[in-house]
Write a protein that binds this ligand. Structure first.
Ligand code: CUA
Length: 313
């Protein structure tokens, strides 16, 4: 990298808007700082020892000034709050048509798996203009997936899934970093994200063909681990059907409902006693310690693939 860069290039749809908020905050803070310093210096000079300024009958209160310095900052804070909440909510909500890719963090590298089963290390190839959603987990400690040029960053935690999404706008190569200290080689845990034209991305994927997709591997595990023995179509055991469970609310034995998202599926495999589905006995064995993160992810991807996507309008 040459020299000091104050701003990374803007390469995602959100980048410009994050920068706009950031610059606004910077400018507002600068104006307040300059104002406070100006008044402070003015007072220090005017009322310095020995000056002839009038010190008699200091004003007791000035309602207009007091209201102004209370209400104006309050309005500015509320404005910034509303603005950031709107932006944050958008950054937290992947579009329905987003393409999911899977990220496994490990000391000290990133493993990325594309929907078709193509995997890469410390590199992330993405198509331009396509919303991409990353479903992420860690095999060991807390990491943080950071794409500065996209202005997105999300902690990657062991024991649960987190996600982030972006839509790349400019072809090129940009840094990928780990933004959470995670041990000796934390500084070296990174790589690059490569934004490609849609056709180039398709060609790149095809060039790595032959891989089995996560969902296909999950289907294999579903049988070999014995899941299908209870959750399958002709099972003798009374277990919830997993067809079309993903993305739906599940009624639980304790009377509440829970959305069957990836974290729910994950917990159901590893901590099956946590959320018992209403009307079913708590007989599901835990697979904690028996299967690795990648296998859990494969099972989750398989169960997701059973979900019938609604027809586009
Ligand atoms: Cu991984 Cu820092």
């Amino acid at each position: 990298m040459s020299g000091l860069r104050l701003f990374e290039p803007q390469a995602s749809t959100i980048a410009e808007r994050v920068d706009a908020l950031f610059v606004t905050l910077l400018v507002v803070s600068a104006i307040v700082m300059i104002g406070v310093w100006a008044v402070m210096i003015w007072f220090a000079v005017r009322y310095r020892r020995g000056s002839t300024a009038d010190r008699s009958a200091p004003p007791d209160r000035h309602v207009v000034i007091e209201l102004a310095w209370t209400l104006i900052p309050f309005a500015i804070f509320l404005g910034v709050f509303a603005w950031s909440i709107a932006l944050f909510a958008e950054m937290q909500t992947p579009p329905k048509d987003a393409q999911t890719m899977y990220v496994l963090a490990q000391q000290w590298f990133w493993k990325i798996e594309h929907a078709g089963g193509v995997t890469e290390l410390n590199e992330l190839h993405v198509p331009i203009g396509t919303p991409v959603r990353l479903l992420m987990t860690s095999q060991d400690v807390i990491h943080s997936f950071y794409l500065p040029a996209f202005r997105v960053k999300q902690d990657v935690l062991p024991g649960r899934y987190t996600q982030l999404w972006f839509k790349a706008t400019t072809p090129g190569e940009y840094p990928l970093d780990c933004a959470e200290y995670c041990g000796t080689n934390h500084a070296g845990m990174g790589g690059r994200v490569i934004v490609m034209a849609v056709t180039d991305y398709a060609r790149w994927l095809a060039g790595h063909a032959g891989a089995t997709s996560l969902a296909q591997r999950g289907a294999g595990l579903f049988r070999s681990l014995g899941c299908s023995g209870c959750h399958g179509e002709n099972a003798q055991v009374h277990a919830p059907s997993l067809d079309d469970v993903y993305g739906r609310p599940v009624p639980l034995a304790n009377g509440t409902t829970k959305l069957a998202d990836e974290n729910y599926l994950r917990d159901s495999i590893l901590l099956p006693q946590k959320d018992i589905v209403a009307g079913y006995a708590p007989i599901m064995p835990s697979y904690v310690g028996q299967i690795g993160e990648e296998d859990v992810l494969a099972l989750v991807a398989y169960i997701e693939s059973l979900h019938r996507r609604p027809e586009p309008p």
